[in-house]
Design a protein around this ligand. Sequence first.
Ligand SMILES: Cc1cc2nc3c(=O)[nH]c(=O)nc-3n(C[C@H](O)[C@H](O)[C@H](O)COP(=O)(O)OP(=O)(O)OC[C@H]3O[C@@H](n4cnc5c(N)ncnc54)[C@H](O)[C@@H]3O)c2cc1C
Length: 383
Amino acid sequence: MVVGGGIVGASAAAFLAGAGARVLLVERDGLAAGASGANAGGIWHPVDPVLVALYRASLPLYRELAAGSNVFRMGERPAGLLEVASSEAAVRDEAAAMAEWYPELTPAVLDPAALRQAEPAVADGLWGCLLDLGYPIAPASGTYAFASLAESRGAVVRMGRAATLALAGDSVIGVRLDGELIPCGAVVAAAGPWTPGLLAPTEFRVPIRPLWGVVVEVEPATPLRHIVEEIDSGAGAATREAAAGRSRPDRAPAPDAAPEPPSVERVHVSVVPTPGVTAAGATQLDAEPDPAAWVEPVLLQAGRLLPGLLEAPIRGVRCCPRPLSADGRPLIGAVPGTRGLVIAAGHGPWGISTGPESGRLAADLALGRAPAIPAELDPARFA
Ligand SMILES: Cc1cc2nc3c(=O)[nH]c(=O)nc-3n(C[C@H](O)[C@H](O)[C@H](O)COP(=O)(O)OP(=O)(O)OC[C@H]3O[C@@H](n4cnc5c(N)ncnc54)[C@H](O)[C@@H]3O)c2cc1C
């Protein structure tokens, strides 16, 4: 049984069914109803080495998926990520940090003239660091394609019903759907930011919380050639810290935090030219926002770097929660203290890039195999 029809749950279901298991994938809403459908649409290289391993292993899984799917497409080559800033020092600092940790991304510093040549849509006077990474995709397409693959291998996908765990002592014996017990040999909990609620009947307190993102869909007259992000101040230092594995502990907000008033300061610019529309974002908010109220701050912030976005027709707004764990890394493994229960959740801002390998590892565990999972991802670190 797989609970949660996002990228992690859909890929786990596909790998389980591929191994010959009888699989039921249960989704409360529709497939990709959460962040897996409303993300910015980038498969890209994380800066945390533990996550980089998941990303690298996910790439060939996506390639294989694309080869057999008419829903999921990704480019042969990365589109390239342009990290931009008005400060030359910030850009050089970032390029040096990336060259030290990930030379394969061939960081190159672009002065304002070279940057305009590489990406004519950027504003005058900015500096850029070009990295050889980033595959824009249609945001929900990976989840849909993995779910289709699971079905073609015999899995059953049931939508529109929330699952709850059925326990006997410290063992999971199945899930309940509308009160009906559906017995099973193992459950994979892949319910994103809702995983703490799903696992509430167990002894394990899941340290995952929602971090809300708003992304505005626009249709610029001239599509971007690259993914464009703003380097926030101190980016090089932040990259070094993350790359050295010093993930920053999450500062959890008060549980009753009120929604923040819309403001440009809360927008970290990241613009992805996905198939169909360009995704301009994004916010990182503790409480669920009113998405419409954030359209203007998002576009004003993105428009400082890419002025054409201010004129571009708006096509929609996406809003969803990232499943953020207390140390920024997902929990993949057996749930401490409960038999027959595997968790694969907490992928934060990187779940599209790292989800397929997470699903594959979770499937292997549920099948009783012993996949090599880095200790840094073991849920027992929070037990
Ligand atoms: C604005 C934004 C932009 C992002 N951009 C990127 C990006 O460019 N690249 C990248 O790699 N990552 C990105 N991410 C992060 C990525 O989207 C997430 O990490 C990833 O989608 C999480 O996938 P998931 O399967 O773990 O969870 P989710 O997508 O949250 O799926 C969980 C599913 O479980 C279902 N569910 C919950 N409870 C139950 C229940 N009791 N029974 C049945 N079903 C249940 C939910 O309805 C949901 O569909 C972005 C996130 C945001 C918010």
